[in-house]
Design a protein around this ligand. Structure first.
Ligand SMILES: [Mg+2]
Length: 244
């Protein structure tokens, strides 16, 4: 039987307050000014997200286990996420992380910030990492190397639905995100929650993709509750009306 809904979510800067990859780059890598330049180049489509992101990660000299430790000490959870996650679990609503980050980092943060049982309940679909045993050098392994995003989130959502047998009658699908790599995912779902003040909103306005804003998962919970429990139409939450 299909669940009442499925919630797909970005991880960095969405479930967490800090983007772990930006945090590593700014503090252990080449620093914020150069990252800001690469981000602008990605925004201006001069470089793909995949290549810009790889460049940032390549210049982090810190061994991978130390990177994870550093993030465990500094990255914070969205203040509303735990309550949202417990509500979803009680309703039988799957929460699926779809991330352009690296799985071992997300796994450790999820376990530490939300709890060990969250690992069994929240599926993580993301990129991987390889670590050279001898030198300790590490590198990102993109899930979809042919995609300019490195991880084609729309493809992962379609795969998830197929794999779980949700092919004909789909439950309402939601997506929560904050950045450029979330744009393609938005097109696969019914309602996109876009984080207030972040890049994703600029893209949505530019590409005419409907969204509703959130500041934290408390806002998402309030709106989804009205849709799932209150029977309200998700369309009424869309803040930028598409222009035809
Ligand atoms: Mg993000």
């Amino acid at each position: 039987m299909a669940p009442p809904a499925i919630v797909f979510t970005d991880w960095d800067g969405t479930v967490t307050l800090q983007d772990s990859n930006d945090y590593l780059t700014d503090n252990l890598g080449f620093g914020k000014p150069r990252r800001a330049q690469i981000n602008q180049d990605i925004l201006d489509e001069k470089v793909s997200f995949r290549d810009g992101f790889r460049e940032m990660l390549e210049l982090i000299p810190t061994p991978f286990p130390e990177c994870i430790q550093y993030l465990l000490e500094h990255v914070q959870l969205d203040p509303g996420f735990k309550e949202f996650y417990h509500w979803a679990a009680a309703k039988g609503i799957p929460v699926v992380v779809v991330s352009s980050g690296m799985k071992p980092i997300i796994y450790e943060l999820l376990k530490s910030l939300v709890g060990a049982e969250a690992i069994d309940n929240i599926e993580i679909i993301s990129n991987a990492v390889t670590i050279d045993d001898a030198s300790g050098a590490w590198e990102i392994v993109y899930k979809d190397p042919q995609s300019p995003f490195g991880h084609d989130k729309s493809n992962s959502i379609r795969e998830y639905l197929q794999r779980n047998g949700y092919t004909s009658e789909l439950p309402p699908l939601f997506y929560c995100g904050d950045g450029v790599s979330d744009l393609s995912a938005a097109k696969e779902t019914n309602l996109l929650f876009a984080k207030h003040g972040k890049d994703l909103i600029k893209y949505c306005d530019r590409e005419n993709i409907p969204y509703t804003e959130f500041n934290n998962f408390g806002d998402i919970l309030a709106k989804i509750t009205r849709i799932i429990d209150g029977g309200e139409d998700y369309q009424k939450f869309i803040e930028n009306k598409p222009v035809n």
